[in-house]
Design a protein around this ligand. Sequence first.
Ligand code: ZN
Length: 256
Amino acid sequence: MNSLTCWMCGAEANSSEHRLKKSDIVRAYGRGPYNGDYRPLHVRTGKLTAIQGPNSRTIKYDANLCHICNTTSSQPYDVSYDLFIEWVFRNESLVLRRRFVNFDEVFGPDFPLHQLNLYKYFAKSFGCRLIDAGQAVPEDVRDLFGKEQFQTALRITFSVNEDVLAMPASDRDGFIGKSDLTAMVQRNDPTQIDGFIFNEHVSWFTTHYWYAFAPDGNLGAAWVADSQHIYLGSHEPLSPEERAEMIEKLSPRRAD
Ligand SMILES: [Zn+2]
Protein backbone atom coordinates (compact mmCIF):
# COMPACT_ATOMS: atom_id res chain seq x y z
CA MET A 1 0.00 0.00 0.00
CA ASN A 2 1.56 3.33 -0.98
CA SER A 3 0.49 6.86 -0.13
CA LEU A 4 -1.52 7.18 -3.34
CA THR A 5 -3.76 4.28 -2.42
CA CYS A 6 -7.00 4.63 -0.45
CA TRP A 7 -6.31 2.75 2.79
CA MET A 8 -9.94 1.71 3.12
CA CYS A 9 -10.52 0.09 -0.29
CA GLY A 10 -7.25 0.15 -2.26
CA ALA A 11 -8.51 2.48 -5.04
CA GLU A 12 -6.59 5.59 -6.04
CA ALA A 13 -6.44 8.10 -3.16
CA ASN A 14 -7.70 11.51 -4.21
CA SER A 15 -9.54 12.76 -1.13
CA SER A 16 -8.29 14.34 2.11
CA GLU A 17 -9.86 13.70 5.47
CA HIS A 18 -9.92 16.52 8.02
CA ARG A 19 -7.39 16.10 10.82
CA LEU A 20 -9.87 17.92 13.00
CA LYS A 21 -13.50 17.33 12.18
CA LYS A 22 -14.96 20.23 10.24
CA SER A 23 -18.25 20.19 12.17
CA ASP A 24 -16.35 20.38 15.49
CA ILE A 25 -14.46 23.47 14.27
CA VAL A 26 -17.64 25.07 12.95
CA ARG A 27 -19.48 24.41 16.22
CA ALA A 28 -16.73 26.15 18.20
CA TYR A 29 -15.75 28.97 15.83
CA GLY A 30 -18.50 29.38 13.24
CA ARG A 31 -18.17 29.01 9.48
CA GLY A 32 -15.35 31.53 9.03
CA PRO A 33 -13.37 33.12 7.53
CA TYR A 34 -11.56 33.49 10.84
CA ASN A 35 -9.69 36.64 11.74
CA GLY A 36 -9.17 38.95 14.68
CA ASP A 37 -8.54 37.89 18.26
CA TYR A 38 -10.56 34.73 18.21
CA ARG A 39 -8.97 33.01 15.27
CA PRO A 40 -8.36 29.34 16.04
CA LEU A 41 -4.77 28.23 16.14
CA HIS A 42 -3.77 24.75 15.11
CA VAL A 43 -1.00 23.28 17.28
CA ARG A 44 0.89 20.42 15.71
CA THR A 45 4.14 19.09 17.13
CA GLY A 46 4.68 22.39 18.86
CA LYS A 47 4.08 24.55 15.77
CA LEU A 48 1.25 27.08 15.81
CA THR A 49 -0.64 27.80 12.61
CA ALA A 50 -3.56 30.21 12.38
CA ILE A 51 -6.38 28.66 10.42
CA GLN A 52 -8.46 30.74 8.01
CA GLY A 53 -11.60 28.65 7.87
CA PRO A 54 -12.99 25.18 8.44
CA ASN A 55 -11.66 23.92 5.08
CA SER A 56 -8.11 25.14 5.73
CA ARG A 57 -5.46 22.81 4.30
CA THR A 58 -3.63 23.03 7.63
CA ILE A 59 -6.30 20.87 9.20
CA LYS A 60 -6.49 18.28 6.43
CA TYR A 61 -4.43 15.16 5.99
CA ASP A 62 -2.66 14.47 2.71
CA ALA A 63 -4.97 12.54 0.39
CA ASN A 64 -5.12 9.01 1.77
CA LEU A 65 -8.66 8.02 0.83
CA CYS A 66 -10.65 7.76 -2.39
CA HIS A 67 -13.55 10.10 -2.93
CA ILE A 68 -16.17 7.36 -2.42
CA CYS A 69 -14.74 6.12 0.89
CA ASN A 70 -14.34 9.66 2.18
CA THR A 71 -17.85 10.78 1.26
CA THR A 72 -20.60 8.29 0.34
CA SER A 73 -19.33 5.30 2.33
CA SER A 74 -18.41 7.19 5.47
CA GLN A 75 -21.27 9.71 5.51
CA PRO A 76 -23.38 7.57 7.89
CA TYR A 77 -20.40 7.50 10.30
CA ASP A 78 -20.17 11.29 10.22
CA VAL A 79 -23.91 11.62 10.79
CA SER A 80 -23.78 9.38 13.87
CA TYR A 81 -20.73 11.20 15.23
CA ASP A 82 -22.33 14.62 14.76
CA LEU A 83 -25.52 13.48 16.50
CA PHE A 84 -23.44 12.02 19.32
CA ILE A 85 -21.10 14.94 19.97
CA GLU A 86 -23.89 17.50 19.67
CA TRP A 87 -25.95 15.53 22.20
CA VAL A 88 -23.01 15.34 24.61
CA PHE A 89 -22.52 19.11 24.60
CA ARG A 90 -26.23 19.90 24.60
CA ASN A 91 -26.47 17.71 27.72
CA GLU A 92 -23.06 18.65 29.06
CA SER A 93 -24.04 19.10 32.72
CA LEU A 94 -26.01 15.82 32.76
CA VAL A 95 -23.14 13.88 31.16
CA LEU A 96 -20.62 15.38 33.59
CA ARG A 97 -22.80 14.56 36.58
CA ARG A 98 -23.58 10.97 35.54
CA ARG A 99 -20.34 10.27 33.69
CA PHE A 100 -22.00 7.82 31.36
CA VAL A 101 -23.84 8.01 28.05
CA ASN A 102 -26.71 5.71 27.07
CA PHE A 103 -26.96 5.55 23.27
CA ASP A 104 -30.71 4.98 23.47
CA GLU A 105 -31.01 8.54 24.83
CA VAL A 106 -28.72 9.92 22.13
CA PHE A 107 -30.00 8.12 19.06
CA GLY A 108 -33.44 6.76 19.99
CA PRO A 109 -34.64 3.32 18.86
CA ASP A 110 -32.09 3.14 15.99
CA PHE A 111 -29.22 3.25 18.48
CA PRO A 112 -27.73 -0.18 17.54
CA LEU A 113 -27.03 1.02 13.98
CA HIS A 114 -25.82 4.45 15.12
CA GLN A 115 -23.46 3.09 17.75
CA LEU A 116 -21.96 0.77 15.11
CA ASN A 117 -21.50 3.74 12.77
CA LEU A 118 -20.05 5.82 15.58
CA TYR A 119 -17.46 3.12 16.18
CA LYS A 120 -16.63 3.13 12.46
CA TYR A 121 -16.24 6.91 12.60
CA PHE A 122 -13.58 6.49 15.28
CA ALA A 123 -11.96 3.56 13.41
CA LYS A 124 -11.67 5.77 10.31
CA SER A 125 -10.15 8.59 12.35
CA PHE A 126 -7.67 6.10 13.83
CA GLY A 127 -6.74 4.77 10.35
CA CYS A 128 -6.14 8.25 8.95
CA ARG A 129 -3.94 9.11 11.94
CA LEU A 130 -1.85 5.95 11.38
CA ILE A 131 -1.34 6.66 7.67
CA ASP A 132 -0.35 10.24 8.48
CA ALA A 133 2.35 8.85 10.79
CA GLY A 134 3.61 6.54 8.02
CA GLN A 135 2.14 3.38 9.56
CA ALA A 136 0.00 0.76 7.84
CA VAL A 137 -3.57 0.37 9.06
CA PRO A 138 -3.96 -3.11 10.59
CA GLU A 139 -6.07 -5.48 8.54
CA ASP A 140 -8.71 -6.02 11.24
CA VAL A 141 -9.40 -2.26 11.24
CA ARG A 142 -9.42 -1.96 7.41
CA ASP A 143 -11.83 -4.89 7.16
CA LEU A 144 -14.45 -3.80 9.68
CA PHE A 145 -16.10 -1.03 7.67
CA GLY A 146 -18.22 -3.28 5.48
CA LYS A 147 -19.30 -5.51 8.34
CA GLU A 148 -22.01 -5.51 10.99
CA GLN A 149 -20.11 -7.90 13.23
CA PHE A 150 -16.37 -8.01 13.49
CA GLN A 151 -13.47 -8.70 15.79
CA THR A 152 -10.79 -6.10 16.20
CA ALA A 153 -7.93 -5.22 18.52
CA LEU A 154 -9.05 -1.56 18.53
CA ARG A 155 -10.52 -0.50 21.87
CA ILE A 156 -11.86 2.96 22.56
CA THR A 157 -12.31 4.70 25.89
CA PHE A 158 -13.61 8.15 26.73
CA SER A 159 -12.59 10.40 29.58
CA VAL A 160 -13.10 13.84 31.06
CA ASN A 161 -10.04 16.07 30.95
CA GLU A 162 -10.50 17.75 34.34
CA ASP A 163 -7.96 20.48 33.51
CA VAL A 164 -9.90 21.54 30.44
CA LEU A 165 -13.14 21.31 32.39
CA ALA A 166 -11.68 23.79 34.90
CA MET A 167 -11.39 26.41 32.12
CA PRO A 168 -14.23 28.87 31.49
CA ALA A 169 -16.63 27.41 28.91
CA SER A 170 -15.70 30.10 26.35
CA ASP A 171 -12.06 28.95 26.45
CA ARG A 172 -12.57 25.22 26.57
CA ASP A 173 -15.16 25.11 23.75
CA GLY A 174 -12.43 25.93 21.21
CA PHE A 175 -10.03 23.34 22.57
CA ILE A 176 -9.99 20.75 19.77
CA GLY A 177 -7.05 18.56 18.87
CA LYS A 178 -5.19 15.27 18.72
CA SER A 179 -2.24 13.85 20.61
CA ASP A 180 0.90 12.40 19.10
CA LEU A 181 0.67 8.78 18.06
CA THR A 182 2.58 6.43 20.33
CA ALA A 183 3.70 3.07 18.99
CA MET A 184 4.39 0.30 21.46
CA VAL A 185 7.40 -1.76 20.36
CA GLN A 186 8.64 -5.14 21.47
CA ARG A 187 11.31 -4.87 24.13
CA ASN A 188 13.58 -7.47 22.49
CA ASP A 189 12.98 -6.16 18.94
CA PRO A 190 12.17 -2.44 18.77
CA THR A 191 11.46 -2.68 15.03
CA GLN A 192 8.38 -4.80 15.80
CA ILE A 193 5.40 -2.57 16.53
CA ASP A 194 2.83 -4.25 18.71
CA GLY A 195 0.30 -1.60 19.48
CA PHE A 196 -0.68 2.04 19.13
CA ILE A 197 -2.09 4.61 21.51
CA PHE A 198 -3.41 8.05 20.74
CA ASN A 199 -6.19 10.39 21.75
CA GLU A 200 -8.17 13.30 20.45
CA HIS A 201 -10.37 15.81 22.18
CA VAL A 202 -13.23 18.22 21.77
CA SER A 203 -13.19 20.45 24.84
CA TRP A 204 -12.98 18.14 27.91
CA PHE A 205 -14.38 15.15 26.00
CA THR A 206 -11.38 12.96 25.21
CA THR A 207 -11.44 9.88 23.00
CA HIS A 208 -8.61 7.41 23.61
CA TYR A 209 -7.57 4.80 21.04
CA TRP A 210 -5.88 1.58 22.17
CA TYR A 211 -4.79 -0.78 19.46
CA ALA A 212 -3.50 -4.16 20.67
CA PHE A 213 -2.81 -2.58 24.01
CA ALA A 214 -4.76 -2.89 27.27
CA PRO A 215 -6.64 0.34 27.99
CA ASP A 216 -5.88 2.26 31.17
CA GLY A 217 -9.07 1.80 33.21
CA ASN A 218 -8.77 5.31 34.67
CA LEU A 219 -9.43 6.64 31.17
CA GLY A 220 -12.84 5.00 30.89
CA ALA A 221 -14.35 1.57 30.34
CA ALA A 222 -13.32 -0.06 27.04
CA TRP A 223 -16.02 0.42 24.44
CA VAL A 224 -16.57 -1.64 21.33
CA ALA A 225 -19.35 -1.22 18.81
CA ASP A 226 -21.77 -3.65 20.43
CA SER A 227 -22.29 -2.02 23.80
CA GLN A 228 -25.05 0.50 24.45
CA HIS A 229 -23.34 2.55 27.13
CA ILE A 230 -20.06 4.36 27.44
CA TYR A 231 -18.59 5.02 30.89
CA LEU A 232 -16.31 8.01 31.14
CA GLY A 233 -12.98 7.99 32.92
CA SER A 234 -11.09 10.99 34.22
CA HIS A 235 -7.64 12.45 33.76
CA GLU A 236 -5.69 15.51 34.84
CA PRO A 237 -2.70 15.92 32.51
CA LEU A 238 -1.39 19.06 34.21
CA SER A 239 0.64 19.09 37.40
CA PRO A 240 -0.82 21.14 40.29
CA GLU A 241 1.69 23.93 39.45
CA GLU A 242 0.75 23.94 35.75
CA ARG A 243 -2.94 24.00 36.63
CA ALA A 244 -2.48 26.99 38.96
CA GLU A 245 -0.54 28.77 36.19
CA MET A 246 -3.28 28.10 33.65
CA ILE A 247 -6.00 29.43 35.96
CA GLU A 248 -3.84 32.47 36.71
CA LYS A 249 -3.41 33.17 32.98
CA LEU A 250 -7.10 32.81 32.23
CA SER A 251 -8.45 34.75 35.23
CA PRO A 252 -7.62 38.34 34.12
CA ARG A 253 -9.52 37.67 30.89
CA ARG A 254 -12.47 36.33 32.84
CA ALA A 255 -12.70 39.61 34.77
CA ASP A 256 -13.18 41.62 31.51
ZN1 ZN B 1 -11.60 3.97 -1.00
